[in-house]
Design a protein. Structure first.
Length: 630
């Protein structure tokens, strides 16, 4: 919906300036092409770049309460704001707009910083109470919308994206070595860290409260698996899942601008399309390699529901857009789907201003093949370890999830505990390779272990799903969706992460999620009469990019250039000889290292775009980017 930014003068700090605020706002112009606004006083500054989806005319931000003492800027959508508004009006509050954001200032008047505990939606909020000299920053429970902050000399700075902090003159660009290793382990930098030492992410379900008495960081919400499971038959649970998802999708389709669906060939986005209640615009992406192309399945769903369907087919040549992707992600993101997601978002933004997607369904309902491996446990890992030497004698495949790739990943978990075994299957680089690449090794699994410890005593598979929801989903998939969409002025909405849906998912027995080799059993049952059989009963395919094949084919020259020893050495973080060895091993088909090499390419492109870029200077500032908020 928007991009937000701001500054708060701490005791003895200099007042925020209009030029600083303008520079931060300009850095977020892509997030809000429909307008801008600001509030500036001697202590606090708030800026907004607006993507107008609700009340386009009247909903300009910052929005204030009746006497102007409380002002708010927010990024996201509140899906029950009409009901909340009616309740507040009955208690005497006066509204001036139809915007969902206006309920925030009145809820704050009623409940203080606890107002965020009542919200249903995706959001990052900055609220300034000038009478109490209090700033409240808050982020939704799943981390759908981003918020970063930095404690600088005499001030606190915050923004939707790091690039707005980097726009501040003199902002330190020192890279955090621990974040680099975390990236090599997870393909993303887990919260609360960022790639820069000076900045932190506000974690999902957290709020930061700054008062004259000090700064307080606290968790206010923590979605978690239920201790007691539902006991109804699978068919009953499937019918309820269908009804809950339909209610969520209806709420997520509300807007005063066109909304579509990013439709893959799988169950999740297919169900979103099926329960939408009316034909919508749908957008799908395919690839030039048949094993990775899902357009046939997506097209079948679109035809069944009469959608206005649009298709985009990608080839290796589209990697020419990688520099644009790197500029979008202001910290490294090694997920190979970042490129097609970015291109699909640009494609969809020509037709709509918001899209619904299926993110979150795999983590909540048990959709990943890793959960099958988790249920099989240590014996499967030991068997894979025994088979791995024989498989290694054959050339490596370039397939979607080839047998050799899966066996190697399973074998890495032999002798490890459940969490470490789970991570071994998903990791980008092993601990040994991280040491080779960096020359040292730290503790990048600490965030996973902390999350895992919070659910001690609950169902083992549910605990691992919860780890994925709190790390992989929150730190990789959701930021990717947000950045890809907002780079093109497109809001990405995720109906599976609505509490209406999540409440049921968290209460499902493990057999309703994963049994034998079947994943996501409840959603498959829910989709049985709504989607084509090939979609419902087909294997979990995932949204994968054919990087292994591309790097062994048309993208080999690009890979050799971007991973050249002199370039890697100049960037100064990775061992050039190790990088070269991994590239040659992949090209010689000795091992499928496509995902790992892609992560190294992404890191190098990010480094050149942001870490090695010259500091952003304050002047000249575009004179018309700021308009006084009403």
């Amino acid at each position: 919906m928007c991009g937000i930014a701001g500054l708060l003068a701490l005791p003895d700090g200099a007042p925020p300036s209009r030029h600083e605020l303008a520079a931060m706002s300009a850095a977020l112009a892509h997030r809000g092409p429909d307008g801008s606004g600001f509030h500036l006083d001697a202590t606090a500054a708030l800026a907004i770049r607006r993507l107008a989806l609700v009340d386009p005319v009247g909903g300009q931000q910052p929005i204030a309460n009746e006497d102007g003492t409380v002002r708010v800027v927010a990024n996201g959508e509140l899906y029950d704001h009409r009901a909340v508004r009616r309740s507040l009006e009955r208690r005497g509050h006066t509204f001036r707009t139809g915007s969902d954001v206006e309920v925030l200032v009145h809820l704050y008047e009623e409940r203080g910083p606890a107002f965020v505990e009542q919200l249903r939606g995706m959001f990052a909020v900055a609220l300034w109470d000038s009478r109490r000299r209090t700033l409240v920053l808050a982020r939704d429970p799943y981390g759908i919308k981003p918020l970063v902050y930095a404690l600088l000399p005499g001030r606190l700075a915050f923004a939707s994206e790091l690039k707005a902090l980097l726009a501040l003159p003199g902002f330190p660009r020192d890279i955090d070595p621990e974040a680099v290793e975390a990236y090599l382990a997870h393909n993303a930098v887990p919260a609360p860290g960022t790639i820069f030492r000076a900045a932190r992410k506000l974690e999902p379900g957290h709020r930061l409260i700054v008062t004259p008495a000090g700064i307080r960081l606290e968790r206010y919400a923590r979605p978690r698996p239920a201790a007691e499971h539902r006991t109804e038959p699978l068919a009953t649970l499937a019918a309820e899942a269908r009804e809950r998802l339909a209610a969520s999708v209806r709420a997520h389709l509300q807007a005063d601008a066109p909304v579509g669906v990013l439709l893959s060939g799988g169950i999740d986005s297919g169900l979103v399309t099926a329960v939408a209640g009316a034909p919508v615009k749908t957008f799908s992406v395919g690839f030039d390699i048949a094993a990775f192309d899902e357009l046939t399945h997506a097209r079948a769903v679109a035809e069944r529901y009469g959608t206005d369907h649009h298709e985009l087919r990608l080839a290796a040549d589209d990697a020419a857009e990688l520099e644009g992707v790197a500029a979008t992600y202001d910290e490294p993101s090694g997920d190979a789907t970042a490129l097609p997601y970015w291109l699909l978002a640009r494609f969809a933004a020509r037709e709509v201003k918001a899209v619904l997607t299926g993110e979150g369904a795999d983590e909540l309902f048990g959709g990943y093949q890793t959960y099958v491996a988790d249920r099989l446990g240590a014996p499967a890992a030991r068997a894979a370890q025994a088979l791995a030497p024989a498989v290694a004698r054959f050339p490596s495949s370039s397939g979607r999830l080839s047998l050799d790739f899966q066996l190697r990943r399973l074998a890495l978990g032999a002798g490890l505990g459940p969490l470490e075994r789970h991570h071994a299957f998903k990791q980008t680089f092993s601990a040994a390779l991280r040491r080779e690449l960096l020359g040292w090794s730290g503790h990048p699994l600490a965030p996973l272990r902390a999350r895992y410890a919070e659910t001690h005593g609950l169902d083992p598979i549910a605990r691992l799903q919860d780890v994925d929801a709190g790390t992989f989903l929150a730190d990789d998939l959701l930021p990717q969706a947000d950045r890809a969409g907002m780079a093109h002025g497109l809001e990405v909405r995720v109906p599976f992460l609505d509490p209406v849906v999540a409440e049921l998912a968290y209460a499902l027995p493990v057999d309703a999620r994963v049994r034998g080799l079947e994943t996501k059993r409840v959603l498959r049952a829910a989709a049985a009469q709504l989607l084509p059989e090939a979609v419902v009963r087909g294997p979990k395919r995932g949204f994968c990019t054919p990087v292994a094949a591309w790097l062994r084919g048309p993208l080999e020259p690009l890979a050799r250039d971007l991973l050249a020893p002199d370039r890697v050495a100049r960037q100064g973080w990775l061992n050039p000889s190790t990088v070269t060895r991994l590239l040659e091993r992949h090209l010689a088909r000795r091992e499928d290292l496509g995902r790992s090499l892609w992560a190294l390419i992404a890191f190098g492109l990010w480094h050149d775009a942001w870490a090695a870029a010259p500091p952003v200077h304050l002047h000249p500032v575009e004179p018309l980017i700021l308009q006084e908020a009403a």
